[in-house]
Design a protein around this ligand. Sequence first.
Ligand code: EZ4
Ligand code: CO
Length: 402
Amino acid sequence: MKIKNAKVIVSCPGRNFVTLKIETDAGVYGLGDATLNGRELAVASYLENYCIPMLLGKDPRNTEDLWNYFYRGVYWKRGAVNMAALSAIDLALWDIKGKLLGTPLYNLLGGKSRERVLVYAHATGKDSAEALDSVGKKLDLGFSAVRVQAGVPNVPASYGVARGEGPYEPAAPGLPHEESWDTPRYLRFAPKLFQNVRDAYGDDVLLLHDVHHRCTPIEAARLAKDLEPYRLFWLEDPVTGELQEGLRLLRRHSVTPVAIGEVFNSVYDYTSLISEQLIDFVRMPLSHGGGVTHLLKLAAFAGIYHVQMGFHGATDLSPVNLAASIHFDLAVSNFGIQEYMPHPEVVNEVFKVNYRFERGTLSIDDTPGIGVDIDEEQAARYPYQMACLPVARKLDGTLTYW
Ligand code: EZ4
Ligand code: CO
């Protein structure tokens, strides 16, 4: 059996998605998500100019060998662009494997450890009152776990706050826009926000919060300690991911659980963090972290240390990635929670999805493989539009982490 063709489909139904389609001479094809928000065409070009010519003629069933071909076989390993491309290849090959065997992906990963996948929603508001209102709306929709973000008083454009009426969506058309940030104000505000949420909605709701890389280690330690009374499910990206040592300081001061790694792209980003027990949840998504092949190894390693999986699931990951994540979440024993930001309706014109939200959980049907399809004619109706994530500046103008 051979790979006879592969192509990259770039489409913008509301936001840009990069999809890899690998076709075999056995009459089945597979889909992988290669979307890298704000750098989409870099991955598309890498796939088209380098990876696809190398894939043609190879046996699509050899997922382990092909994974290594595009990891060990690439002298310049790792990196977001390289790994997004490799992840898409790996997902497409596992999709093919499931279709060839006539079984949904979760059966190839150990079968079901659970019937449904716990997900968390995003609550957001320009101030504390609006955020509280937003939490109530998510609970009304059936969610039992909610990430809470709110505009910080006297910080003009803080992270996690929707710009208009709709849900929070960070990328905007054109070159990067600028947001502002002030950590001292944030550190005073965040504990009050969570006090208000607990007072309003009680102890049962699972609460999450994303610091989005903004704190220094000592600030992160202060925040994690001050949030302890509100028993967060997790505190995400309290320090920027490349400063892994920073988490040691946080751990010395707090038992607030830590999730990290939505911008990581390798098992090797996690080995020290996990073996030194510096984190509690893995965020690295299938579509950036090397696909099913790499993440299965990471999940097994994490499980030994009682670290759980909590995949990134923002709208800048395509329905192909979300569906693959649900299969993975159903199967691995150390599943924790799945982020779920529903894609806007228009995305369903391009992608035919096989998952369903109900009572705070996602489930998936038993279509073989990943089970998501793409309508190429519809995809062509939504050509690529340049869009970027913001950059952030402190109030004095200094560029900081967004
Ligand atoms: O800001 O995916 O936890 N979720 C997040 C996301 C990220 C976006 C960046 O593209 O941090 O909302
Ligand atoms: Co995040």
